[in-house]
Design a protein around this ligand. Structure first.
Ligand SMILES: [Zn+2]
Ligand SMILES: [Zn+2]
Length: 280
């Protein structure tokens, strides 16, 4: 995966967050665990903001767009800007103010949420009368804040920490969305026919659990010949993965037990495809 600053990788990022089970929230209340507050400060282009918002709408990952009344590059008083605001709101985002310090005047077309343009640290996180400052305490937490200002991720691109493996029943292992060709593609079909997908997931589950497995040679072969495969990343078989895998396996045991009880209690009904009883 290339971490480029384009809509294709942005789609992968949002996809990872959606697959990771995050909820997208706004600056109405300080974020709770599992929520993402997505915010775009629009310095340059309303058209680019609309293209992003279209993508976010498709992925049901709405953001907060902060617009400038004093941009060097667009005019918020132009009729086309009003159309852009209307379109943004229809797509789902909230629209607030990207203000130039110290001017924070309420603008009737915008919500009362604000972030300063190119702020100094001494006022960046200060409360602002009449507004929610997106960087004020409660919203801004350096531990969880990720910024791509000037196309630079200070803590690395977040696509990896956002992604969370999903339990895959047939192999009994966790699976991440970037590990195999997508379902329905010829590549995936070829892998599935070779049984490679299930073997690898089962092998990694065994490695994660510290168990023996007949699939370990497959795992070792991949480690030797395809060391850049994302599925080999240590965190995918680390402590957090182990906890999730154990929880999934416990759920699986409970489900199978329930299924067995049900089948035992009423075998005919549970097998709709079974041949009719010759005695009837
Ligand atoms: Zn990335
Ligand atoms: Zn700015």
């Amino acid at each position: 995966m290339r971490c480029s600053f384009d809509l294709a990788h942005y789609r992968e990022l949002l996809g990872a967050a959606v697959a990771g089970g995050y909820r997208f929230a706004f600056f109405d209340a300080p974020p709770r665990a599992g929520e993402i507050l997505l915010r775009h400060d629009v310095d340059l282009s309303l058209d680019a903001a609309l293209a992003m918002a279209e993508l976010e709408s498709e992925l049901e990952a709405p953001a907060t767009y902060l617009l400038m009344t004093r941009s060097e590059f667009y005019n918020l008083s132009a009729p086309s800007a009003q159309q852009a605001i209307d379109r943004l709101r229809r797509l789902g985002p909230r629209v607030g103010l990207h203000a130039v310090y110290p001017q924070a005047e309420p603008e009737p077309r915008l919500d009362t949420v604000l972030a300063w343009h190119s702020p100094d640290p001494d006022y960046m996180t200060a409360r602002v009368a009449g507004f929610v400052n997106a960087m004020q305490p409660g919203y801004f937490d350096p531990e969880h804040y990720r910024s791509d200002s000037n196309q630079r991720w200070r803590h690395g691109c977040p696509h990896e920490p956002l992604a969370r493996g999903e339990f895959e029943w047939l192999s009994g292992g966790l699976m991440w969305s970037d590990e195999f060709p997508s379902l329905g593609t010829p590549e995936r079909q070829a892998m599935s026919q070779a049984g490679a997908v299930g073997c690898l997931l089962a092998a990694r589950a065994a490695v994660t659990l510290g168990q023996e497995s007949g699939f370990l040679p497959v795992w070792e072969q991949v480690a030797r010949h395809a060391p850049n495969w994302p599925g080999l990343r240590p965190e995918r078989r680390g402590e957090a993965a182990l906890r999730r895998l154990r929880a999934a396996l416990r759920r699986q045991d409970r489900c199978l037990a329930a299924l067995e009880t049900q089948l035992g209690a009423n075998p005919r009904q549970a097998e709709p495809g079974a041949a009719p009883d010759p005695a009837n």
